[in-house]
Design a protein around this ligand. Sequence first.
Ligand SMILES: C[S@@+](CC[C@H](N)C(=O)[O-])C[C@H]1O[C@@H](n2cnc3c(N)ncnc32)[C@H](O)[C@@H]1O
Length: 660
Amino acid sequence: MTHTTRAANLLAELEGLNEQQLRRLLVEHLTRQKLGLYWEASAIERDAALNADLVLPRLVEELSCSPSPQPPLPQAGEGWGEGGFAHRNLIIEGDNYDALRLLRATHNGKIRVIYIDPPYNTGNKDWVYNDHYVGANDRWRHSQWLEFLYRRLTLARDLLTPDGVILVSINDENRSRLELLMDEVFPGMRLGTMTWRTRQGSNADQSCFLSVDHEHVLVYGNEGFSFKGFEKSYEMYGNSDNDPRGDWRSDNLTLGFSYKERPNLYYPLLDPATEIVYPPNPDRIWVYASRDRLKAGQALQAKAMEEFIELGQILFPKEQRVETWHTMDELLAAIDRGDVPKSGKTPLLRRDLPNLEYWVGRPVGFGRPQFKRYKADLRNQTQPLSSWVVPTFEDGGYEAENSFVSSTNQEGARVVAEIFGDRAFNYAKPLSLIKNLLSQATRPNDIVLDFFAGSGTTGQAVLELNAEDASTGSAQVASTDSTSSPQAGSAQVGQRRFILCSSTEATSKEPDKNLCRDVCAERMRRVIKGYGGKPGHAGGEFAYLQLDKVEAADAHFDIDAAHAYQLLALKRLGVVCSVPEGAVKRLGRVEDCELLLCLEVNAATLETLAQWPQRTGAARLAVYSSRPKSLREQLAARGIEANCYSLMDALMSGQMGSAI
Ligand SMILES: C[S@@+](CC[C@H](N)C(=O)[O-])C[C@H]1O[C@@H](n2cnc3c(N)ncnc32)[C@H](O)[C@@H]1O
């Protein structure tokens, strides 16, 4: 429906209302305003991929990649089904809206880290909405972009684990719009943003007011998420006094609040050993409270200053000027001359400060007490800085110690050129950026999803991080996850998995273009084999999936055994393998339970199922079939207890807006 038709329809509707109804409508409309982002979602045609159908995975074996030599297949009862090698990494070809709908059914709450680098809505026809490229002159360009991302982000939100995080790359121009959209989709989850330098040197385009050389990474996380952090440098620590508590360094004893903001922490500090007193800084009060100034019943969060003094943790100056003003006039004269203790250039005694008489007749120290901070009391990690991702050309200098490090966009292009020998893809992110982000955000067993994978930089980053874990020995070699494949536990590599979704970018002009097959999957294949003299990744693999869509009403006829098998294997075990022969197909085992798919209930399949527990030593059976009730009864009649589930319900759950 066009905007004009909608407006005409609305006017016709309003004609039919009386004055009171019109007033009520107006009040409702005016009070419904809310803070946040507004986009004309109702004015644009909805995404064509509506929830009217089911999305089913199809394994394309010839485009998938398996390790060579293949690890031996486990015996029945030990691990995987009879379908051969179990792929743990996925490349999914197609519109990511469909891929996300599939993942919502199979990976709900299982993805720890999502990284995306969506099209930036530059107007350069860099993305497709409803099968047409959206250009600069498209009337609803911004709204379509927001609606496009809104629908995908909403699906992605449900995939995150309770400690999951989503990192989103965006350019400066669209950052504010996207951030408001993210606030809408991920309320209360904003953790911050990072900025990184996309290039060295300025833009050749002289018409720009600012030569833009940065982009942002927006970070939204669930409650349990935190970055790994960086190991602290202990260079400043030593033990010049052979302190039995170990290495220490002298640290600031003040906090950035004024005496008016925190009057309780503004007090003279007395060194009991020398009787010298130290004036507090009116602009930076002491960190620790004094026992003497606590109100009745008031508890302290840390130790009191007196306790730290008793422990020898307050370092009073050894050599310093000490002055005693015998009268108030002498003190005031010193204040007027500026001849009083200072912190930097700030005089610590001034005419306007309270209790000046305290400083008369007492030895006042001109030095500043410090805090003895022990290495043993520190958390050994620091949070990364949000302010700036340090470019590699500045690494080693500016705050590089707890910063993400990234090269510029040039690196993205260079790595793709090294792998393909030409510029197979123009918009690749720098590998170092994604690797460093993932190194901070992931643990060795996490699943990483990129649903705008493009050339697959995220997949390469995952493989390289796993390999680095292996070389530093930091991966958990034996997984406790009962659904892990045996081959994954045997090699000494990290076990992060990747799921990459990429479009084909086929158009009517280029109907045969397939970016997913020819760039994303091909890049992963070459990275796994090794390229440009770089070693490959033994054990590297992925399943290449295409998506089939089936109308809900036709599901009973159109879903075939392979669809059902792959969907169930992904859902229950998070893997994909070829479909085994036979009417009873083994999916695998979870703990002591055999997972089976029974396509027909007849005498032969009943016999096979009845013998299954004895044959495999399994304690329990879980069987998916189109006639679960009848199957359960017939097995029970043969003395076999089995949990039988409706195959259709299992295939439908998580799709078409149903509850998971
Ligand atoms: C900026 S690129 C991502 C580049 C990627 N980070 C890399 O390093 O190679 C965005 C990608 O999103 C893809 N894309 C756009 N719309 C899509 C959709 N609906 N489904 C899947 N991919 C899509 C485009 O084909 C493009 O390759």
